[in-house]
Design a protein around this ligand. Sequence first.
Ligand code: GDP
Length: 516
Amino acid sequence: LRERICEITDMSNLSPRPPVVTVLGHVDHGKTTLLDAIRQTNVVDTEAGGITQRIGAYQVEVDGRKITFLDTPGHEAFTAMRARGAQVTDLAVLVVAADDGVMPQTREAIDHARAAKVPILVAMNKIDKPNANPELLKQQLADVGLVVEDWGGDVICVPISAKFRRGIGDLLENILLVTEVAELRANPNCPAVGTVVEGKVDRNKGVIATVLVQNGTLRVGDMIVIDTIYGRVRAMFDDKGQPIKEATPATPAAVLGLSEVPPVGEVFEVFESEREARAKVEERLAARQATTTQTAPVKALTLDDIVSQIKAGKVKELNLVLKADVQGSLEPIIKSLEQLGNEDLRVHILHYGIGQISESDVMLAAASQAIVIGFAVDPDNAARRLAEQQGVDVRRYDVIYTLIEEMDLALRGLLEPVYKETVLGRAEVRAVFRIPKLGRVAGCYVTEGTISRDARVRVLRAGQKIFEGVVHSLKRFTEDVKEVQAGFECGVGLDNFGDFQEKDVLEFYKKERVTA
Ligand code: GDP
């Protein structure tokens, strides 16, 4: 998408486009209330009764200028989109409750926005509360590197009460002010490209995908391709549920006509004809078959990949997400890491914190080509699964010296990886079922060893590997289980693979890195 947008060399074709804004912040600080407040106080279309439909994004108008809001608040959604390769946001509005101050997820949100290089504007919420403490909040913001204007910094901070609809106009004005400087432009006169921001199935209308046009104009009748899904735009609706014929840059549109629900964060493109669209999809499917292993659009990097890139002189930073058990260990680790490398090559800590490694940590690493380091902490189950899926390198250390030494070797391009593979068990496919929501599942009989939900899997057909990936579900009858031993039957679903045949063999294995 970026390439397509950058192709526009003729600047005279470009017109200003509205900014696209995401709302981030700690839970319960008022993100949803704020999005509702903005929607309600700025409805332009009175004909539609002032009721907006939730389609995943909406647009408001302030003094004739438009702003597009993504309606899925929170940095998890924001970074998940980025991990798929989508960069749609021009500005992050950080909602912080003035009675609660900077909380762990506020810090997370800041780090996620910074990793994405998206500017931040602070909405100081809940100023109606008697215990609101704006000055303390400004102090806390300064401590995390956001120095507000009246403290001599350049971060705009707007006091608001989302609940009582106070300061909303001021906030919108400031959003326009900040984004104006960026001179956001796009070319409305070319075939549309953009990103999927929401996808769902409606009982009456079928698949509805909300897309955000980022360049060009999307029209009813256009042939669109999203990854391996394609279809003709049968109808389009705006955020008021009104039918529209076209959508220009930064305009969200709910599109009907696709055969399947596309993944959020995936890029869409318009093709001249159905023939071209089909050719593109077939090309992608063939490429996927050829590699068998699935790769996310933005390829996650392992430490070993980074080491080889450092050797090749291709990267200048080793991006890390760091979690530790206690504050006491976090500080010396950060200090030592900052001293590694030289001017050309250094460690960049995107985010650090205390506690288990979470899904959001892994997502940030996936989106920013970082690796995750746990000092005396492990990932939780959801984070472990996501790391497997996205190919994110998650490492645990228990000795500070070892951690620092390995990062030092990595920076110097000296770390040589050694892997050991252990086959845990094998299962034979005896029947194939189609299960709603899960897709195709293999009914298996475990022939040897113990198969595990956390393992990696190879699908072997007549002794040949046809797929390699991770387990999506493992069930005994209807129950989710962690392991199944030889001599038992089970149902196995894999991520991104459903093409099982009877007699296929599923080989479950673990790949472990052993210290060089
Ligand atoms: P989110 O988790 O960030 O989306 O937070 P919500 O928007 O769900 O708000 C959490 C709670 O804070 C709700 O009970 C809101 O009514 C309340 N709230 C949100 N904004 C304000 C505000 O400006 N003032 C007060 N007093 N309460 C608010």
